[in-house]
Write a protein that binds this ligand. Structure first.
Ligand code: 13P
Ligand code: ZN
Length: 261
């Protein structure tokens, strides 16, 4: 149900704040709630004239989304999701959105990335409904080290820190080079990287972007990756390079649990 999905987003927003990944207004989330759009919701009038998305997203025509508001705090959204987020409807030209509830709260500045990703997900027939962007300190720190930005270097390192990360973030961590926050270029590169088979990508020197069936699933994958990053950094701060699980151990795990890659 719609209330449940939004309550789940509020719960995750609280986790993001508690984890220290959501300084000030840091991070954002969106939910595709079209499946809950009943007659009442569909007949809600726009609260103001349509605004441009900045790109055309044909699969989103007539879709409904819950979005965090721009400049709104996760810690506030956790307590008051409808005062710090909004429900929007994509217009018939698939290039604009209108805010329909509860009040005129402008959606997140990363709306181009979130909506482009939802458009991509619908286009490929995915059942994923949630996208999450957040600023996990350890992962952002690791993105400042050039060798970690080579394809799948961080995936292998983080997978090797603890079996759970290999099991519960089984598609690894894609890398998106630094780009202007909120830009169409960042949105398009995020899609290209997700399309390589990842469910989570690292935005260099900024944060992560994760997708899932629901917002809790997206959060859990980021949480698992961060756990590994913490183990790595704890080992380094104790003065040694962690050994990591061996390639054989990780292959055995993948075989035992039927994991992808
Ligand atoms: P918003 O407050 O616009 O959602 O921006 C936060 C953010 O993390 C931008 O990347
Ligand atoms: Zn951000």
């Amino acid at each position: 149900m719609l209330c449940q999905a939004i309550c789940q987003a509020a719960e995750v927003a609280g986790h993001l704040w508690q984890k220290g990944w959501a300084e000030r207004n840091g991070g954002n989330l969106t939910l595709n709630i079209t499946e809950y759009a009943d007659g009442d919701m569909r007949s809600l009038p726009a609260l103001e004239p349509p605004r441009p998305i900045g790109t055309e997203l044909p699969y989103l025509k007539g879709c409904y989304f819950y979005c965090k508001g721009t400049n709104r705090r996760m810690r506030d959204l956790a307590r008051h999701p409808m005062e710090n987020g909004a429900i929007i409807r994509i217009t018939e030209d698939a290039a604009h959105y209108e805010i329909i509830a509860d009040a005129v709260v402008l959606p997140t500045s990363e709306l181009p990335a979130h909506l482009s990703v939802h458009n991509y997900l619908i286009g490929k027939g995915s059942s994923y409904k949630a996208s999450l962007h957040t600023h996990p300190t350890e992962l952002v720190a690791m993105s400042h080290h050039r060798p970690f930005l080579e394809k799948d270097v961080l995936t292998q390192l983080l997978w090797s820190m603890i079996p759970e990360t290999r099991a519960f973030c089984p598609r690894g961590l894609g890398i998106v080079p630094y780009m202007l926050p909120g830009s169409i270029e960042l949105a398009e590169t995020t899609i290209r990287t997700l399309d390589e088979g990842y469910d989570v990508v690292l935005w260099e020197k900024h944060g992560v972007f994760a997708i899932g069936e629901n917002i809790t699933e997206a959060f859990d994958m980021v949480d698992t990756l961060v756990k590994s990053a913490q183990i790595y950094q704890d080992a380094r701060s104790m003065g040694f390079e962690p050994e990591g699980m061996s390639g054989l151990q990780m292959r055995q795990l993948a075989d035992a649990f039927g994991l992808p890659k």
